[in-house]
Design a protein around this ligand. Structure first.
Ligand code: COA
Length: 220
């Protein structure tokens, strides 16, 4: 894995996420112009990758055109305020006033619900996307696992929010469970908040061992 921020990775994220209700809502200013909508999304993901690299984790697949995972880690309140002001100024420029308005209203709905469901110290899996041609081959899980292992070593919770009904099963396999489901009014779509408690070191080995035991598989 790498953590470099490239145009190819941005394109993979655009292809993976352009139909997601959140990204559709924040690019509504460009509904009648798909080229401009893709450009706006590309700028959004470029910004998010830099942000992840600075104050979280940016995990890029070795072939950067395949995809990436972007995590945000908790920051001091004063830093968070300055970062938010900078981000809102960027969003106004990249998404236009309609997009910024959607973004703010969606976050106003989602943030307090996340805060009620998870602790302040939790690490947030903000974005994960795999280019459509490479989906379903285990890459998404492998993009997420290194940071989960790091969170386990640090003893912290992780969480995420997803609008896609197919995703909870994928995240459950990584140890997340749904702690809330809400209908977000701006997108008009339901989403789930999923949380993962830190797992003791060696947990996965123990799980594999337990499965072997259950199925009677012999260890080598
Ligand atoms: C969700 C995503 C990151 C998973 O990565 P992946 O490499 O395709 O996933 P894996 O091969 O590790 O695991 C496959 C599981 O992912 C889930 N999944 C969700 N969307 C999928 C898709 N479009 N194609 C394949 N699997 C998908 C399924 O649970 C699948 O398991 P199943 O085959 O038993 O249904 C990826 O499919 C993707 O980018 N989807 C579109 C963008 C998105 O939804 N991002 C997450 C927003 S919260």
């Amino acid at each position: 894995m790498t953590s470099s921020n490239s145009r190819e990775t941005v394109a993979a994220l655009v292809d993976a996420l352009r139909h997601d209700p959140f990204y559709v809502a924040i690019t509504r200013e460009f509904n009648d112009n798909e080229v401009r909508r893709r450009e706006a999304l590309a700028r959004y993901f470029e910004y998010s990758m830099s942000e992840g690299g600075r104050i979280g984790r940016l995990v890029v697949w070795p072939d950067p055109s395949v995809g990436a995972a972007i995590w945000l880690l908790p920051v001091e309140e004063a830093t968070a305020g300055a970062m938010e002001a900078r981000k809102l100024a960027f969003l106004l420029e990249a998404l236009g006033s309609a997009g910024l308005e959607s973004y703010r209203r969606i976050l106003d709905f989602m943030k307090p619900r996340a805060s009620a469901a998870v602790g302040e110290e939790a690490w947030y899996l903000s974005i994960v996307g795999v280019a459509p041609r490479a989906q379903g081959q285990g890459i998404g899980a492998r993009l997420i696992e290194p940071t989960l292992a790091e969170a386990d070593r640090a003893g912290v919770d992780c969480y995420l929010e997803t609008f896609d009904g197919r995703n909870p099963r994928f995240y459950e396999r990584l140890g997340f469970s749904t702690v809330g489901t809400h209908l977000e009014p701006i997108t008009g779509a339901p989403y789930s908040i999923m949380r993962r408690l830190p797992q003791a070191h060696g947990h996965r080995d123990q799980e594999v061992e337990a499965q072997r035991h259950e199925t009677g598989t012999q260890s080598e």
